[in-house]
Design a protein around this ligand. Structure first.
Ligand code: MG
Length: 160
């Protein structure tokens, strides 16, 4: 009998001038980037939390504390690789992921295909199992004021 678990993840990072913007594992051409201890890839962080949440394994801050110099400036794809390895070590496989990114600027629709292929490759699942959706907040709230980005992620994991 196949067993299933679902998890959700949520993350926010502030935007600041002059930082590189990494989102969904991809470098985005933008004058601003995310303030963070790591590379600030808020989409991967939400995805990691969804995977950890599915198996009740805590959260990303527990596994990769921002007080640990080992994670300073780290490529978040490395964190996702480690989280997926942890999931598999517990006997589970990643089924699919659905990610919603709320960002006012820049427009990221053109980056969505490469985000999907990048994240699918890191998680070692098919590209059609990774959804990335981009939205603005119609200029409302902190996202709308271009102060930050928020991301929600949902995943399903399974074992046979
Ligand atoms: Mg984060």
């Amino acid at each position: 009998m196949i067993q299933f678990r679902v998890g959700n993840g949520y993350d926010v990072h502030a935007l600041a001038e002059g930082l590189p913007m990494w989102l969904g594992g991809v470098r985005i051409d933008a004058p601003t980037g995310f303030v963070a201890h790591s590379d600030g890839d808020v989409a991967i962080h939400a995805l990691c939390d969804a995977l950890l949440g599915a198996l009740a394994l805590g959260d990303i801050g527990h596994h990769f504390p921002d007080t640990d110099p080992q994670w300073k400036g780290v490529d978040s794809k490395r964190l996702l690789t480690r989280v997926c390895a942890l999931v598999r070590s517990k006997g589970w496989q990643v089924g699919n992921a659905d990610i919603t990114i709320a960002l006012q600027k820049p427009k990221i629709a053109a980056y969505v295909p490469v985000m999907r292929s990048t994240l699918a490759a890191v998680m070692d699942i098919p590209e059609d199992a990774v959804s990335v959706k981009a939205t603005t907040t119609e200029k409302l709230g902190f996202v709308g004021r271009c102060e930050g980005c928020q991301v929600w992620a949902t995943v399903l994991v399974f074992r046979e």
